[in-house]
Design a protein around this ligand. Structure first.
Ligand SMILES: Nc1ncnc2c1ncn2[C@@H]1O[C@H](COP(=O)(O)OP(=O)(O)OP(=O)(O)O)[C@@H](O)[C@H]1O
Ligand SMILES: [Mg+2]
Length: 358
């Protein structure tokens, strides 16, 4: 409901000139910079843009890293259903949709912020061009301009390089959207020389990190085996397709697929499909490295230990005392496992006896 409609319906919101309130609008210049601190990194920010492309039913997303020293840019182009001009204007607004709105179950968005906050976390100029029904619309947030004017002025044109190089990318598409990042002050520092090989290598390394992250977070959309009967998503990074990262190593012979289980949850049925990953001796060194994911095995194991700790605490609070026994310690000799269970029982008894009476 818009403000005028709400004021008509709701006496609390009616304008009454009674001097009971002040309108405290956020200051554009200050607010837009605070929005830069949302805790994204380059890979998670780009993943938020691709979420939008997927929600728009894109089948292809072309991600381009253009190296021009401090003038480097990044573009995300998709062939999704795109936006009309009024939809684009709404999309560029901060808080374009309420998190309370009902959304399509396939829509990966929730807060109406991602496009803007993800972009501002990395760059100072965000331009979006979109083509729907042969009509092309463009809008641009330039943070320096907003700061200078102290006003939420959304520009109706993009930079010369956007108009010359990026907009034409929509020409061959029936519909699609291009999101263009310039003034990337958090990615390529001011003064970075275009001819610096080292700086260029670092830029390309960041593109590689992005690739690994996208292969992980979008693996279910990218993997043809997960999309039988549908066209899987294709994400291209500087012209090369990104392959899905398979966390379950399901194509490996030594991987065990255990029996699926159905778990009822909040009126729905959740299917759990357990996998046992192969021992590292059954994998090539390269496969073992790939299987470790973006952050490596140590981070993965540390995360599992943290998760076990959290679950243990939650279970103990319900007077359930978990014992974790690894499959390999259940081998021929059960002494170790027996000892572990006895120790856990004693600890549980001690904590029950010493708990204050209610
Ligand atoms: N590539 C795109 N193609 C079509 N529509 C888009 C695209 N990117 C953004 N939009 C539109 O812009 C709106 C705002 O996007 P934004 O990412 O800011 O918020 P959101 O996706 O609604 O929620 P969240 O903050 O959780 O990402 C989207 O809801 C969608 O309607
Ligand atoms: Mg979004």
């Amino acid at each position: 409901m818009n403000t005028a409609a709400r004021q008509k319906q709701d006496p609390v919101c009616a304008p009454d000139n009674s001097s009971e309130y002040d309108i405290a609008q956020p200051l554009a210049g200050a607010m837009i910079h605070s929005l830069r601190a949302f805790g994204y990194d380059l890979a998670t920010a780009l993943a938020d843009l691709i979420d939008n492309s997927i929600a728009a039913n894109a089948k292809n997303v072309w991600l381009e890293f253009y190296w021009h020293g401090e003038q480097s840019t990044i573009a995300v182009v998709d062939d999704g259903k795109a936006m009309s001009e009024s939809e684009l204007l709404a999309a560029m607004r901060l808080g374009s949709r309420s998190p309370l709105d009902q959304r399509d179950p396939q829509d990966l968005g929730r807060f109406g912020l991602g496009l803007k906050t993800a972009s501002f976390s990395q760059v100072k100029r965000l331009t979006v061009g979109t083509k729907q029904n042969q009509a092309v619309s463009v809008r641009c947030w330039d943070l320096d301009h907003v700061t200078q004017c102290g006003d939420w002025r959304l520009l109706k044109t993009g930079s010369e390089s956007f108009v010359k190089s990026e907009l034409p990318r929509l020409d061959p598409l029936a519909s699609g959207t291009v999101v263009f990042w310039e003034a990337m002050d958090r990615i390529t520092l001011q003064g970075t020389d275009t001819n610096s090989d080292r700086a260029q290598q670092q830029f390309l390394q960041r593109a590689d990190q992005v690739k690994a992250h996208l292969a992980m977070v979008f693996h279910r959309f990218l993997d043809p085996r997960e999309n039988v009967g549908k066209t899987p998503l294709k994400i291209w990074l500087n012209g090369n397709p990104i392959e899905a990262w398979d966390p379950f190593l399901s194509a490996e012979k030594a991987t065990q697929l255990l029996t699926e289980e159905a778990v009822p949850l909040l009126g729905s049925r959740l299917t759990v499909r357990p996998y046992v990953l192969p021992h590292h001796t059954k994998l090539s060194a390269e496969k073992h490295r790939q299987a470790s994911g973006v952050k490596g095995w140590t981070a993965k194991i540390a995360r599992n230990c943290r998760r076990d700790g959290e679950n243990n605490r939650a279970l103990k609070a319900m007077a359930v005392y978990p014992v974790r026994i690894w499959e390999h310690s259940l081998g021929r000799d059960l002494t170790l496992a027996r000892r572990q269970i006895k120790r856990a029982c004693r600890a549980a008894m001690r904590s029950i006896v010493s708990a204050p009476e209610k």
